[in-house]
Design a protein around this ligand. Structure first.
Ligand code: CMC
Length: 432
């Protein structure tokens, strides 16, 4: 029994139970309630997981009050400025920063897997041209399990690793193909002479009739967007991946479930809503009107890109992207983009406004990411796909952590049943 415990008393029977309190390295401790049902015959209820830790993890830590996000202990700002998405992928997957040789080998292995099976391309033809690219992603990523049987032994560490390389390497190719299919342009095969992020932009925006060159400023901003979205501990899509994977489904199937969860506007779709809002406001002189609406409890309008379930301080990811947005717009000669002007002024006004200060509503990661993606040339329906591309690394790392845990068991939430009591079936001819 750990030294700290919590005593619970059932007032109906007087029975008491001492529950162990488990300490983490950071953040709140947790009460271990696994014996709760056995001892008391009661379940606990917490549908939105407001007070419930769903697992023990060593990957990512968030302190929402202080605005801190750590991957394997490293602050996100340092990783976004000094590292890159591939190195961060290694860090998330294997728990440490790679040395030179490990870095080179990881890069080589991921690069080797960037192409997809030729027959996988045929899947795209089955979709309507106006299919949402997330619909394509759910289908095609799930279908990877039909192509790469040789790495689907989830109990074999080497197979798990190969699946990780495959997923990380193929996500950009599959994502770019979903865009090319929608716009009716030929698929562009990966060019492995280019770095991971540049290759993605190349597959997205190159056409066979012209040379494609991209500014390093845009590559850096894109890399930062991917790094900042790579993991975010137990959010809805990650929890989905863990739950799907807990049935021992293969990782491609589990991650396809995660993509489905991410698709919803309450999770991955907010940066699109921010762009729409900035476009709607149009000019800084109209901001006051929208702030007023956001504060009115009778008006459903909310400042998009403000507030967060966990962060009650400036989202550290938003800080990085604020600067990246500036760099990208300057590089492209778009600093006068009215949406950027409105965004900066909106942030300034909201941060001085009592309502937002009192309720601890700060810009979140979505506030600036849409501006950057749109300036680079991504259509809004690709924003969530990019989120999925980045998060696939976090999903895979979390899945790998779960599956390698000796005590791993199928996730099986319980419920409070309030439906009909037992009753007898009545034949159709006897019913009123
Ligand atoms: N504009 C105006 N008022 C707001 C906003 C906002 N954006 N967000 C929260 N509030 C108010 C809310 O009405 C509530 O007021 P009251 O106390 O009078 O009822 C108070 O602030 C607390 O809000 P809450 O809904 O309890 O906060 P929450 O932590 O449950 O919700 C949120 C977080 C993200 C759903 C919400 O802030 C929101 O809708 N924001 C806008 C949408 C958005 O930007 N979403 C992206 C989130 S980041 C995604 C990610 O990390 O993956």
């Amino acid at each position: 029994m750990p030294s700290e415990t919590l005593t619970i008393r059932d007032n109906r029977t007087g029975k008491e139970l001492e529950l162990p309190i488990l300490k983490g390295t950071e953040g709140p401790s947790v009460v271990d309630v696994t014996k709760f049902y056995k001892e008391f015959g009661l379940f606990t209820l917490d549908p939105g997981f407001y007070s419930t830790a769903s697992c023990i993890s060593e990957i990512t830590f968030i302190d929402g009050e202080k605005g801190i996000l750590l991957y394997r202990g490293y602050p996100i700002e340092q990783l976004a400025e000094q590292s890159n998405f591939l190195e961060v992928s290694y860090l998330l997957l294997f728990g440490k920063l790679p040395n030179q040789a490990e870095h080179e080998q990881f890069e080589r292995l991921v690069t080797q897997h960037t192409m997809v099976h030729e027959q996988l391309k045929d899947f795209y033809r089955g979709f309507r041209r106006d299919a949402h690219p997330m619909a394509i992603m759910v289908g095609v990523i799930g279908a990877l399990s039909a192509f790469y049987h040789d790495s689907l032994d989830i109990f074999d560490a080497r197979s798990r690793e190969i699946s990780a390389y495959r997923l990380i390497a193929k996500m950009p190719t599959i994502a770019a193909f979903s865009y090319k299919y929608a716009v009716g342009q030929p698929f562009v095969y990966p060019d492995n002479e280019r770095g991971f992020v540049e290759n993605f932009l190349y597959m997205m925006f190159a056409v066979p009739c012209a040379k494609y060159k991209v500014s390093p400023v845009l590559v850096k901003a894109m890399d930062q967007i991917l790094t900042l979205h790579a993991d975010h501990e137990q959010n809805a899509s990650t929890a989905t991946v863990r739950l799907a994977g807990s049935s021992l489904a293969n990782p491609f199937a589990a991650i396809s479930a995660g993509i489905g969860a991410l698709w919803g506007p309450a999770h991955g779709g907010a940066n699109e809503a921010v762009l729409n809002m900035l476009g709607q406001i149009r000019t800084p002189d109209r901001i006051g009107e929208y702030i007023k609406r956001a504060k009115d409890p009778q008006d459903p309008f909310r400042l998009m890109g403000f507030g967060h379930r966990v962060y009650k301080n400036y989202d550290p990811r938003a800080k990085v992207l604020r600067k990246a947005a500036h760099d990208v717009l300057q590089e492209l000669g778009h600093v006068d983009d009215p949406r950027f002007k409105v965004a900066l002024e909106l942030e300034r006004i909201a941060r001085e406004d009592d309502y937002f200060v009192q309720k601890k509503l700060y810009p979140n990661v979505d506030f600036y990411s849409g501006l950057i993606l749109s300036a680079i040339g991504f259509p809004t329906n690709m924003f969530t796909v990019i989120f999925a591309l980045a998060r696939s690394v976090g999903w895979f790392s979390q899945w790998m952590e779960m599956i390698s845990d000796k005590g791993q068991a199928i996730g099986r939430p319980r419920q409070l049943y309030r439906g009909a009591m037992t009753r007898d079936y009545v034949p159709l001819y006897q019913r009123d």
